[in-house]
Design a protein around this ligand. Structure first.
Ligand SMILES: Nc1ncnc2c1ncn2[C@@H]1O[C@H](COP(=O)(O)OP(=O)(O)OP(=O)(O)O)[C@@H](O)[C@H]1O
Ligand SMILES: [Mg+2]
Length: 342
């Protein structure tokens, strides 16, 4: 707005000046003051009218610079934002460089900044190395939040989250990121080629590695069928792909990264049966030999789990295997038969 006002003001001034020149020059000429001739006056104004557009352009640059500075201020405000998750002074890495993959939550409490009540209110569970734990529960019960705490997007209020017996707050951010692979409800793809999106997590991955990961994620055939194959640009936020395809790309990316712990936050939206089968296959090859925590919405994922945790309002209200929970006839069987979940 300030820029527009200045611009308007300059333009008006530059139009008024020739008129004023004629007025003053005219008065001087009529009164016979000085040796002013009509010719000089007209030539002077003609010079003004050729110079002023140029001057106006220069002034416009000044307002553009001001506008850009205002934009930069906002960008820098973001860059200067303090990151609340900090690496500990003497942060450690996993012995041997790679996590083995034992996850435990010890009486974890957590509230989002500004929230009145705890979103996670005393959660304790163990996921032994190489096993599969499914987390189910109605929407808003805090399942995704549990995942955030494991990957340390937020720090717990009290209690501890441990990987191989080490508190996640004592790990270097790099080693934590290397240990936990996350496939989320919303998949983030960059506006670049498919290959670039895959290499993003492992820049030195070979062509063969990439193809192998995509085959395991059951997306290779689909990519091959595209006219530009792996060089296809995915589009802003991956709009050229369906939800299921995007998720399988994300799975391929995670396979490429090869983390010992896998966190899957399944998309809530219903998939068609073909996609569901493809996704199931992709997920199975992904979780093989890895500690897997899946936030599940589909019966097929839950049935195979070694342990199912039922979350309700930030607490675990039931735990056990599929058959045990079905037999118990509690919250889980209500969710399972209600059709909304599992
Ligand atoms: N960034 C946030 N700030 C404040 N409150 C939040 C934030 N994210 C989530 N919540 C709240 O925390 C609660 C748990 O959210 P969460 O995303 O963990 O649910 P969920 O179990 O994953 O649900 P769904 O099955 O729909 O994915 C909800 O009541 C939600 O409104
Ligand atoms: Mg969720």
């Amino acid at each position: 707005m300030a820029g527009r006002w200045m611009q308007g003001l300059y333009s008006v001034l530059l139009w008024i000046i020739p008129a004023l020149t004629y007025l003053i020059g005219g008065v001087l000429f009529i009164r016979g003051i000085g040796d002013l001739t009509i010719g000089t006056l007209v030539a002077f104004v003609a010079m003004q009218t050729t110079l002023f557009p140029q001057l106006n352009t220069l002034l416009r640059v000044a307002t553009q610079v001001r506008a850009s500075l205002a934009l930069f201020t906002r960008v820098f405000e973001y860059l200067d934002l303090e990151i609340p998750i900090k690496e500990a002074e003497e942060a450690q890495t996993f012995p041997g460089g790679r996590a083995r993959g034992h996850v435990s939550f010890e009486d974890v409490h957590f509230a989002y900044p500004g929230a009145e009540r705890d979103t996670i209110a005393g959660v304790t569970f163990e996921v032994p190395r190489g096993t599969h734990t499914a987390i189910v529960g109605s929407t808003g019960s805090g399942k995704t939040t549990l995942g955030y705490l494991l990957s340390r997007l937020y720090d717990v209020s009290t209690g501890r989250v441990l990987i191989d017996g080490i508190d996640v707050r004592e790990l270097t951010l790099d080693s934590l990121a290397g240990a936990v692979g996350v496939v989320t409800q919303e998949t983030y793809l960059l506006h670049a080629s498919i290959a670039d999106n895959l290499r993003f997590v492992k820049p030195d991955a070979s062509e063969a590695d990439m193809v192998r990961a995509c085959e395991m994620a059951q997306i290779h055939a689909h990519i091959e069928a595209l006219p530009q194959g792996y060089d296809t640009i995915v589009g802003e936020r991956g709009y050229r792909f369906s939800g299921g395809e995007k998720q399988r790309l994300a799975i391929a990316r995670t396979i490429l990264r090869d983390p010992p712990i896998l966190l899957l936050d399944e998309a809530t939206s219903a998939l068609d049966t073909v996609t569901e089968r493809a996704m199931g296959g992709a997920l199975r090859s992904l979780s093989e030999g890895r500690t897997t925590i899946s936030i599940a919405h589909r019966l097929s994922t839950v049935r195979d789990a070694d342990q199912i945790l039922v979350v309700k309002a930030g607490r675990i209200c039931e735990r056990g295997t599929f058959d045990q929970l079905r037999a118990a006839g509690g919250e889980f069987s209500r969710l399972a038969t209600g059709g909304r979940q599992a």
